[in-house]
Write a protein that binds this ligand. Structure first.
Ligand code: SF4
Length: 370
């Protein structure tokens, strides 16, 4: 298949792997963090860590949007879902994320009208089809998905739909990376930059990483060759003492980003002063809320939201895994109390969650191989 097969060419993969082995400093332990759930998934799926020298460690950062959402925020959403006359809509990943009193799927089984949608426009259509019900979209994601929520809200305004609202949980990647860089217990040598988010925001917003923090970053695609080439580019930068933003994924990511998508985001959203992230704590200016002009479609205005603060279950170490301090299998609950069938934390739910990816592609294979 074009644009896939050539990026999985075994001979090229072997050559790049050899080149990485040749160029690394054997006396240094490299720690490269990917901050995109899609990269985490590819790294485990294709077993890329096995193609790297032992002294290159891939650290899985907070790139999966459902994983970084604190439990209290899920509970806030689910409290809306339980209000009378509400149809609560969410993407598939969200349906199995546990709140304090269960997942959206479990609440649905108990009678709440919760429906899975594939796009924000699906939720708007449900609102148009049910004018006597309040339809709420649990919107989630980084800059990748925020434009489609924004466009849907603009459409709702155009049609003057009065029974539709959005509970925005959209977050921003740059403040999260900054929080990681400022965290005293984290040593990261370089970043594999997120491919999807960067197709919207472009390459320029990462320049502070190179200039202020003197760390290299390479925006990467998702196929094995993309990721290995990006790691090679990081190793080369370090070897040559360079700290730059490089774009390995230039076939998709324009340096200036997607101007139309950025414009619709600006029209609909403003930046929240503070937002809580699982594992990283409260990060200033790291999430999006609806502008006052869109208050009519803002679920946080329409419904009373408690602003619940709920700790993760005892023994769950999602925060440490999200920060890259622990590997998934080092969590005390991994593979025992917490499995994809019975997830305790969100990292075991989403295919982009480090724990689910590790479980499917490393743990199960190891278990079967024994
Ligand atoms: S194994 Fe479960 S509880 Fe532990 S970090 Fe992963 S998702 Fe969280």
């Amino acid at each position: 298949m074009k644009y896939v097969d050539e990026f999985r060419d075994p001979e090229l993969i072997r050559k790049i792997s050899e080149e990485i082995h040749r160029l690394v400093d054997p006396n240094y332990h490299y720690r490269f963090m990917e901050v995109c759930g899609g990269h985490t998934f590819s790294i485990f799926r294709f077993g890329l860590q096995n193609l790297l020298p032992e002294n290159i460690e891939l650290v899985h950062g907070p790139g999966c949007p459902v994983c970084i959402l604190p439990m209290g925020r899920m509970d806030d959403g689910l409290s809306i879902a339980q209000q009378p006359n509400v149809i609560f809509t969410a993407f598939g990943d969200v349906m199995r994320v546990p709140g304090k009193h269960g997942t959206p799927l479990e609440l649905k089984a108990r009678g709440a009208d919760i429906r899975m949608v594939y796009s924000p426009l699906d939720a708007l259509k449900i609102a148009l089809d049910h004018p006597d019900r309040q339809v709420v979209l649990f919107a989630i994601g980084f800059e990748t998905t925020a434009p489609s929520t924004a466009l849907t809200l603009m459409r709702a305004r155009e049609l003057d739909v009065s029974n539709f609202s959005v509970f925005s949980n959209h977050v921003l990647i740059i403040p999260a990376i900054q929080a990681i860089l400022d965290s005293p217990d984290m040593r990261i040598d370089g970043f594999i930059g997120p491919g999807h988010v960067s197709s919207v925001i472009g390459a320029h917003p990462y320049e502070f990483i190179a200039k202020k923090y003197r760390k290299p970053i390479v925006i990467s695609g998702f196929e094995p060759l993309d990721l290995l080439q990006s790691i090679l580019m990081l190793v080369k930068q370090m070897r040559e003492g360079r700290f730059e933003v490089e774009n390995q994924y230039s076939r998709v990511v324009p340096s200036e980003g997607n101007i139309s998508a950025l414009d619709v985001m600006k029209e609909v959203f403003e930046i929240r002063p503070l937002f809580e992230w699982r594992g990283l704590g409260t990060i200033p200016q790291s999430a999006l809320k609806l502008r006052p002009e869109f208050a009519k479609w803002d679920a946080e205005v329409r419904f009373q939201i408690e602003g619940a603060r709920v700790n993760d279950p005892q023994m769950a170490q999602c925060g440490e895994v999200l920060k890259g301090v622990l590997k998934p299998h080092q969590c005390k609950l991994f593979g025992k109390e917490c499995t994809p069938e019975h997830p305790v934390g969100a990292l075991m739910v989403s295919s982009e969650g480090a724990c689910a990816a590790y479980y499917h592609y490393v743990h199960l294979q190891d278990t079967v191989g024994k």
